[in-house]
Design a protein around this ligand. Structure first.
Ligand code: GLU
Length: 420
């Protein structure tokens, strides 16, 4: 990543571009440039060897005008306050663009979960809730999984919170395991929501996805499900995937079953190339520059920047990651005519099913998978259409259009509350 701007400066810059297009007044603009509340905590954790390590944790509640704040929690070694602020801002716009009654938040702990034992991870997860439990909850702020966190971590956190408040409180967190009140369809929801956007984009651009080639950068939760779903739903050919160790390229197409089994066993996709025929190792940079129809960044922020945006050959970029493209890269992609489905629209499926999970927890009655898929499809399709309409009306790129739709909704809620 180049040091163009840090992620929070990027989020503020994107907001400024949209504010200009929509003629947002100076006061709401200034109010929406900053988080409403922030927490910075130290979490002491007893390690397996008997020593104590102190971890740094963050929670940023960006804006709650439209409802309790919502957003994931990352366990990530390079976490900073500003990354969490940016991600919390993007959550605010994300919940607004899919029109769910929630504000935006994000959390992070500076740690490398790959170096922690399961019981250390459990103590850290419980410690995070002991530090912040009084400031989260179903009516306040609802965490969820994100980079390097998972349903088991959500389960420990829900259990710790339930002990603190003295009753079972499944609705305080989402992305829980199904036996503890998780929703059907939450696992692949981020990728599936992105697929519904891709389907709509392909319609608008007259692209036949059954003939399309796809490259996926990142092979975590979002990337793996994207591999599975793009093949299953559209019959597209995934020719390249990568993870933090590197990538693989196979012009004939990569089978989801074999690559994901390899990732499960070996911890990386990279070594898959060694045994598979007609398959070669590539770097993550080479993956981004492949001549494919659709490129799916599904890992971390800032991967498409001023120095590599010129190399991109894909016709469509479906941003499953949060913040993968910097503003300078955006300008280059616009010039090149690349069609970008912007992050907080493209990856909003996860929080949409999180919202469904909360609704089910609140009335204690659970939906079947078909109902989840149907309602997710409705939400994503109407969000895509709203953004598409604004992009055409104002002649703006999709990212700005998505901001215009989302910011207008949040600004209206702030105004109705009499804030600004
Ligand atoms: N972490 C996911 C995101 O960035 C989901 C958040 C949630 O479900 O609250 O959208």
């Amino acid at each position: 990543m180049t040091p163009e701007m840090n992620p929070f400066e990027i989020a503020q810059r994107q907001l400024a571009l949209a504010a200009e297009v929509m003629g947002l007044d100076a006061t709401p603009h200034e109010f929406l440039r900053w988080p409403m509340r922030e927490f910075h905590v130290r979490i002491p954790v007893r390690m397996d060897d008997g020593t104590t390590r102190v971890f740094e944790g963050f929670r940023v509640q960006y804006n709650d005008a439209r409802g309790p704040t919502k957003g994931g929690l990352r366990f990530y070694p390079l976490e900073t306050f500003d990354t969490v602020r940016a991600l919390a801002a993007w959550m605010t716009w994300k919940c607004a663009v899919v029109d769910i009654p929630l504000g935006g938040a994000k959390g992070g702990v500076v740690c490398n979960p790959k170096e922690l034992s399961l019981s250390e991870l459990e103590r850290l997860s419980r410690g995070y809730i002991r530090a912040l439990g009084h400031y989260v909850g179903p009516e306040i702020d609802i965490p969820a999984p994100d980079v390097y966190t998972n349903p088991q971590i959500m389960a420990w956190m829900m259990d710790e919170y339930s002990k603190m408040v003295g009753h079972n409180a499944p609705g305080m967190i989402t992305g829980k395991p199904i036996p503890l009140g998780g929703s059907q369809g939450r696992g692949d929801a981020t990728a599936r929501g992105g697929m519904y956007c891709m389907r709509e984009a392909a319609r608008a651009l007259d692209i036949d996805l059954s003939q399309a080639t796809v490259a996926i950068q990142g092979y975590g939760n979002a990337g793996q499900y994207a591999h599975e779903l793009v093949s299953e739903l559209f019959g597209s050919r995934v020719v390249a995937v990568s993870d933090s160790k590197g990538g693989i390229y196979c012009p004939d197409g990569l089978s989801f079953e074999s690559v994901s089994a390899h990732k499960q066993d070996e911890g990386t996709v990279l070594t898959y190339a060694d045994a598979a025929q007609a398959c070669q190792r590539i770097t993550s940079a080479e993956l981004l520059a492949l001549d494919v129809d659709v490129l799916i960044p599904a890992a971390l922020e800032g991967v498409i920047h001023a120095e590599n945006a010129h190399d991109i050959q894909a016709r469509v970029i479906a941003e499953l990651a949060n913040g993968p493209t910097t503003p300078q890269a955006d300008e280059i992609l616009i010039e090149k005519g690349v069609y970008v489905i912007p992050d907080f629209l493209c990856n909003a499926g996860g929080v949409t099913v999180s919202y469904f999970e909360q609704v089910q927890n609140a009335y204690g009655f659970y939906w079947d998978i078909d109902l989840v898929h149907q309602r997710l499809d409705q939400k994503m399709t109407s969000a895509f259409q709203a953004v598409h309409r604004v992009a055409q009306q104002h002649g703006t790129p999709n990212r700005i259009a998505a901001y215009v739709v989302a910011v207008a909704r949040v600004a209206e809620a702030c105004k109705l509350r009499g804030w600004v």
